[in-house]
Design a protein around this ligand. Structure first.
Ligand SMILES: C[S@@+](CC[C@H](N)C(=O)[O-])C[C@H]1O[C@@H](n2cnc3c(N)ncnc32)[C@H](O)[C@@H]1O
Length: 196
């Protein structure tokens, strides 16, 4: 199904295969093992990471999955009835949180492509919006394909992360993922952020 939707919208989907279990596990490392965290998953697709996040939460906290593609969102709701699936755009996360009376997310997990992060004079940089939606002790994890690591949009994304967080750790390459990928794990958001 991911492949079919990729053929319709290659830049918006940006992957022909789902994340591997190893990748989903690495993306979920920032979810605390205790407490009732609010976890936001951006670009949930067909749910490759959704099940791993649910497993890690083990009934605790809240899991909000944001997915722009209505076909995927419908599928996710069916597959994961305990997940709060929102069919919408990542840039509207503050509204989705407010609608649910959630002040901030403890963890944001993103497998979004570069497209929504592309600079635009008309829109606020997406990362600024995400940082503002994070708890001050929160963490943000982002998938990044190893093969395109040196492409300008990938370098810009890493620079923006380093400007937005006090700490950014880059994982080892996950070779079992197709294509091989790394995960950026960013902690301690800087709240005086302006990326323009
Ligand atoms: C690379 S796929 C990842 C799918 C899945 N999470 C995985 O790891 O296999 C990216 C997903 O992000 C979704 N997406 C793209 N732009 C988005 C946006 N602005 N807001 C929310 N979802 C978006 C796409 O529809 C697609 O399902």
């Amino acid at each position: 199904m991911l492949l079919r939707e990729f053929l319709r919208n290659p830049l918006g989907i940006a992957a022909v295969t789902s994340s591997s279990l190893a990748m989903a596990t690495q993306l979920s490392v920032a979810i605390p093992e205790s407490g009732e965290p609010v976890v936001v998953e951006l670009g949930a697709g067909t749910g490759a990471c959704t099940g791993v996040i649910q497993h890690r939460l083990n009934g605790r906290g809240r899991h909000i999955a944001v997915e722009v593609n209505p076909t995927f969102a419908k599928l996710l709701s069916k597959r994961f009835p305990r997940v709060d699936v929102v069919c919408g755009e990542a840039k509207d996360l503050p509204k989705f949180l407010a609608d649910r009376r959630a002040q901030a997310a403890e963890v944001i997990i993103s497998t979004l492509p570069w497209e929504p992060f592309a600079p635009s004079s008309a829109q606020r940089p997406l990362l600024e919006t995400l940082v503002e939606s994070l708890d001050r002790n929160g963490a943000y994890t982002q998938a990044a394909y190893t093969v395109t690591r040196w492409a300008p949009p990938a370098r810009r994304q890493l620079r923006q992360l380093q400007a937005s967080f006090e700490e950014v750790v880059v994982s080892e390459t996950i070779w079992r993922n197709v294509p091989p990928a790394r995960v950026y794990i960013a902690r301690r958001p800087r709240n005086d952020l302006r990326l323009h």
